[in-house]
Design a protein around this ligand. Structure first.
Ligand SMILES: Cc1cc2nc3c(=O)[nH]c(=O)nc-3n(C[C@H](O)[C@H](O)[C@H](O)COP(=O)(O)OP(=O)(O)OC[C@H]3O[C@@H](n4cnc5c(N)ncnc54)[C@H](O)[C@@H]3O)c2cc1C
Length: 336
């Protein structure tokens, strides 16, 4: 399947129907001969998940030559089912990105390169990007759709449960664990606010502060008023089966059963090229963009999780579409 010419493949029986019949290991990346023939593009998009593919679709429809460089590690890859995205509710993350990739690569001016962008520099005509594999590409405009890297907590079992029963967002996964015995792993203002929000989905809620509480007296009183329990014991391990939580084991040897835990993790940017090009970050560590997804470096754009805490597939795609339209407008303005 990998050697099949892209256009021949698309001709065979309709994209959507075909995608769902495909094995998930199918990788619709471009063929290398196309890569070696063409090294300068209108736009390079680093990151080929939801935000990057949405940017590419808008640009492909605007007849732009686009290179997508993607290392294939979207942040939701461990999640069994993705929710809250219209038309694709309950699909696996891979199913959604696979159909997106197929639809985007149906535009002949779009090229997909499996690889990791490591270096970027400003040139006379735009930008140059180097990949880990040693390839170099150039483009007039550059888009970062690179997402963020969640930094896992050093609790045994935590990373195995991430995205399965340790959750970041109730809108994505809360319905599936509604009314279940649920924990919040957090402290202080964040822990309080998250507990308040999650009390909408379950009344069997405990805030695990994993050490001495930093809640205020008022916050404790409000949590108690809503029957939200507070446990300050330090956590040793999350006992689980294939990422599905069974028990929290505390450092003092005691245990409690639990169905799901919500937590907000620290993060860092996935890609250092934006920093190399002088793109500024917000105080919270997101790439700073304006309403049109322009970063603080001229000619460089960013969209998706790397610019916002409103972290959903729908939002990443909306921002990607805006980015594609803005980039094309800028190219039109510069050449007209
Ligand atoms: C565990 C979890 C579960 C989630 N569940 C849901 C859900 O059910 N519903 C929902 O709507 N949202 C969900 N989300 C949020 C959603 O997954 C994100 O908002 C969305 O993936 C963001 O898309 P993105 O394209 O910005 O980034 P990502 O999807 O994270 O993709 C970034 C891409 O950039 C690539 N990349 C990064 N740096 C480089 C580089 N230097 N060179 C090349 N490629 C690079 C990565 O490999 C990756 O493919 C979930 C998030 C998490 C963490």
């Amino acid at each position: 399947m990998k050697n099949l010419d892209r256009r021949t493949f698309i001709k065979q029986g309709g994209v959507i129907a075909t995608v769902f019949a495909l094995p998930l290991s199918f990788n619709p990346s471009i063929e290398n001969k196309e890569m070696t023939e063409k090294k300068h593009f209108d736009v390079i998009i680093i990151g080929g998940s939801y935000a990057g593919l949405a940017t590419a679709m808008a640009l492909g429809r605007a007849l732009r030559n686009v290179l997508i460089i993607d290392s294939g590690k979207p942040c939701n890859r461990q999640t069994p089912h993705s929710h809250n995205f219209l038309t694709q509710d309950g699909k696996t993350p891979k199913e959604i990105s696979l159909i997106a990739k197929q639809q985007v690569l149906a535009y002949n001016t779009i090229t997909f390169f499996d690889g990791f962008g490591t270096k970027g520099l400003k040139t006379k005509n735009g930008f140059e990007v180097q990949t880990e594999s040693g390839d170099t590409f150039s483009a007039t405009k550059l888009v970062f759709a690179t997402g963020i890297k969640d930094i896992m907590l050093s609790i045994i079992g935590f990373s195995e449960c991430w995205g399965i029963s340790v959750l970041h967002c109730p809108y994505c996964h809360g319905y599936e664990v509604k009314n279940e015995k649920t924990g919040i792993l957090g402290n202080g203002e964040n822990g309080f606010e998250f507990s308040k929000l999650i009390s909408n989905w379950t009344k069997d809620l405990t805030l695990f502060t994993n050490g001495a509480s930093t809640l205020t007296i008022e916050q404790i009183a409000r949590l108690e008023k809503h029957d939200i329990k507070i446990v300050e014991k330090e956590i040793e391990e999350l006992e689980h089966i294939n990422g599905n939580l069974k028990k929290i084991i505390f450092k003092d040897g005691t245990k409690t059963s639990i169905k799901a835990i919500y937590t907000r993790l620290p993060f860092e940017q996935n890609c250092s090229i934006s920093e190399q090009l002088g793109c500024e970050l917000t105080e919270d560590g997101y790439l700073k963009v304006d309403a049109f997804q322009k970063t603080t470096t001229k000619g460089v754009f960013a969209c998706g999780d790397n610019v916002t805490r409103m972290r959903t597939v729908a939002n990443a795609i909306a921002m990607g579409t805006t980015t594609g339209m803005t980039v094309n407008k800028e190219l039109v303005e510069e050449s007209f």
